[in-house]
Design a binder for this molecule. Sequence first.
Ligand SMILES: Cc1cc2nc3c(=O)[nH]c(=O)nc-3n(C[C@H](O)[C@H](O)[C@H](O)COP(=O)(O)O)c2cc1C
Length: 454
Amino acid sequence: MTKRTLKLGLVPMGVGGPGHHSHWRDPSVPTDASVSIKWYIDAVRKAEAAKFDFVFIVDSQFITPDSPPHYLNRLEPLTLLSALATATSHIGLVGTATTSFNSPFNLARRFASLDLISGGRAGWNVVTSGDAGAAGNFGLDEHYDYDTRYGRAHEYLDVVHGLWKSYEDGALVRDRESGVFLDAKKLHPLNHKGEYFSVTGPLNIQRSPQGEPVIFQAGDSEQGRDLGAQTADAIFTHSANIEDAQTFARDIARRAASAGRDPKEVLIFPGVKIVVGDTDEDARRIEEAHNRADHSFDLALNEFGRGFGWHDFRQYDLDAPFPVEALEYARKSFFTQASRITKLATEKGLTLRQTVEAVALSRKSPFVGSARTVADTIIRWFEAGALDGLNVMLGRPEQFDRFVNEVVPLLQDAGVYRTDYEDTTLRGNLGLPKPTNVRTPEPVAEVRETVLAA
Ligand SMILES: Cc1cc2nc3c(=O)[nH]c(=O)nc-3n(C[C@H](O)[C@H](O)[C@H](O)COP(=O)(O)O)c2cc1C
């Protein structure tokens, strides 16, 4: 059995993601970072030199003037990842795409193309979109309710996997001598007719060296966790502390096992903020200075509405009890996150001001300290089964440099993280099996009956 090793993902946030509204004013961040292919290539090459498993490009299709700077003006993930594919050789290329506002045929084709362009390094982060306003950009009056969102997502994945199996390996013979280009027996239509989608197929593109793109999933509701545990190779999440992370990992493992899967084949990746200092105290000072520079109460209050369908919290008295009625606006948005915030405010009797401060302003990351402390914390979480890998946010460039130059070597010395890639595909590097696509002839009716009766 191969030894379990830590995986690393890079999440580039250009000019500043959620909670980082002033980040772009740092002179080391180009003011056009989120739309600069040069900036992305430099960052991803640095991660590849440090043997990161993948770069992960988050996305959504709705903005307001209060959206974080990176969200206001950024490159579309599959276009960006295709460009990154030609500038790199080993690092995985993962992008968010929503099952709510894309057609499965198009998305299956685009990810299969990225997978071929990159030689088997593509990954798809399956989301159902929390930004309810996106519905208005796709001809809908409002976003789907949760059951519809996740019902579509399950069927969507069935369709996409089916389309990715259109060509068996070896179907494209391409024999100049005999003049045989295609072995038509190995090309399969889909003929899917379901509740939400009707797709005939076949898909007009062959499989890549990793068989199919790796499936990631992000979405924390009961329905979201079931979707991830039943269908994903890896899950993106957030965890405030090691106990929460262990509870989450155990919950996913339980759901995966009851879906008949090997829980070890569902990898868990919390996204974390890492701050490295010369000493632990120095690192906490840097974290505090960043928090002060990154946030003002007004900006945090404006952005706070995102989880609640971009509800405007400026209309309330800041020092009155948290307005619990606002949860209704989250019903078709980020309901799980909004419910958690409302519960916290109610249980602790917080005002709106205190809630915004608790949620957005005074967050302390567990991954802050000297390089030794950060490495030891990562190893502790990894060995306690709280994570299989980490999504490292690329916020301030000097901090990413410190992580790569100071923490990564300690992880390598401890033997928990690779010193070189094991494979050229994302699946290979993540230690995931390659999905097969060799079809056996349909069993005859009698045999099928025997099997069913047994
Ligand atoms: C770690 C993490 C990363 C996410 N990344 C994205 C993303 O890139 N784009 C997006 O539209 N939604 C993203 N989501 C949100 C999902 O789309 C999901 O719909 C949303 O969290 C609301 O659903 P839920 O209540 O099931 O969590 C992310 C969620 C988590 C937990």
